[in-house]
Design a binder for this molecule. Structure first.
Ligand code: KIV
Length: 282
C-alpha cells in the first residue's frame, strides 16, 4: 500500500529509515516499486542524467511533467514527489502555487519539492495552504549552484551551519511536511533532524538523517560526467552496457547475430509457393 505523510512521520518517531531514490522513467520506477522503495523523486537532476545538460537550470516544467507521468504510471503504489524546476516557483507565490498544482493535476504526484531556505518560505506556505504537500531542500541546492560557487558542500562553518538550521526551522514553520538536506556535515544534519518534528532526509548528509536519497544514475553507475563524494555505486551498469553494446556491434559485423533462433519461420509450404510465384513472373 502507498505510504502517506503520516507513515513517514511515524517512521521518524520510531527511528525507521526511509530509503528513496530518484527515478525518471517507467522501467526504473516499476522495478523500484517491485522491491518496496519508500518514495521516488522525479528530480530535476533529469536534466543531467537524462538530457546531458551541465546542470539543472535549463530543465522545464514540461520535461518534469512528462517524466513524472511515466513514473506515476509505473509506480501507482509508491509515494512520488515532483521536483519544481528553476523559475517555476522563484518568480512569485502565484507561479509557485500554479506550477505545484500542475504537478498534481497533470502527473498525479503525491508531493512537490522545491529548493531554498527562508527566501522561499512564502511559496512553501502558499502551496501548503493550497492543500498540497511540500518538501523543502537546503544545503547544496543545484539551482543556485552559481551563487554557491559550484556543486559544493554547505554548512561547514559555524556561521553557515547556523544559517542552515534557521532555514530548516523556517521551512517547518511554513508548513513543509519534510525536508531534504544535501551535502552538509553529518553533525549539522543531526542537529536539524533533532530540532525539527518533520522528517529530515539526507543526500550526502550522513547516516543520522531520517532517510537516505540517492540519484538512481549514480547508484547504478550510469552517470559518467562526475561522481560526488557521497555516492556509493551499488552496480556498474555503465560498464555492463558498454560491454553489451560493443559485443552487439561485433556480432552484427561478423554475422554471428542474428542466429536462426532469433528469426521467424514462414508457414510450412508458403515459401515454396512464393518461389513458384516469383519464378512465374520472369
Ligand atoms: O533533482 C534531484 O534529483 C535533486 C537531488 C539532487 C536532491 O534535487
Amino acid at each position: 500500500m502507498k505510504k502517506t505523510r503520516f507513515d513517514f512521520q511515524k517512521m521518524k518517531i520510531e527511528g525507521e529509515k526511509v530509503a528513496w531514490l530518484t527515478a525518471y522513467d517507467y522501467p526504473t520506477a516499476q522495478l523500484c516499486e517491485k522491491v518496496g522503495m519508500d518514495m521516488l523523486l522525479v528530480g530535476d537532476s533529469l536534466g543531467m542524467c537524462i538530457y546531458g545538460y551541465a546542470g539543472t537550470i535549463r530543465v522545464t516544467m514540461e520535461q518534469c511533467l512528462v517524466h513524472c507521468e511515466a513514473v506515476r504510471r509505473a509506480a501507482p503504489n509508491t509515494f512520488v514527489i515532483g521536483d519544481m524546476p528553476f523559475l517555476s516557483y522563484q518568480t512569485s507565490v502565484q507561479d509557485a502555487v500554479f506550477n505545484a498544482g500542475r504537478f498534481h493535476k497533470e502527473a498525479e504526484v503525491d508531493a512537490i519539492k522545491l529548493e531554498g531556505g527562508r527566501r522561499v518560505c512564502p511559496q512553501i506556505k502558499a502551496i501548503a495552504d493550497g492543500g498540497m504537500l511540500v518538501m523543502g531542500h537546503i544545503g547544496l541546492t543545484p539551482q543556485s549552484s552559481g551563487q554557491l560557487g559550484g556543486f559544493k558542500a554547505q554548512g561547514r562553518t559555524a556561521e553557515t551551519a547556523f544559517e542552515l538550521i534557521e532555514d530548516a526551522k523556517a521551512i517547518e514553520s511554513a508548513g513543509a511536511f519534510s525536508l531534504l538536506v544535501e551535502a552538509v556535515p553529518p553533525e549539522v544534519c543531526k542537529i536539524i533532524r533533532d530540532e525539527l518534528t518533520i522528517p529530515v532526509y539526507g543526500i550526502g548528509a550522513g547516516v543520522e538523517a531520517d532517510g537516505q536519497l540517492m540519484i538512481v544514475s549514480d547508484l547504478l553507475g550510469i552517470f559518467q560526467a562526475f561522481t560526488p563524494k557521497f555516492v556509493k555505486k551499488y552496480a556498474n551498469l555503465g560498464q555492463e552496457m558498454e560491454k553489451a553494446f560493443a559485443l552487439y556491434i561485433q556480432e552484427v559485423r561478423n554475422k554471428s547475430f542474428p542466429l536462426p533462433e532469433h528469426t521467424y519461420n514462414a508457414i510450412e509450404g508458403e515459401f515454396e509457393k512464393l518461389k513458384i510465384t516469383l519464378s512465374s513472373r520472369k
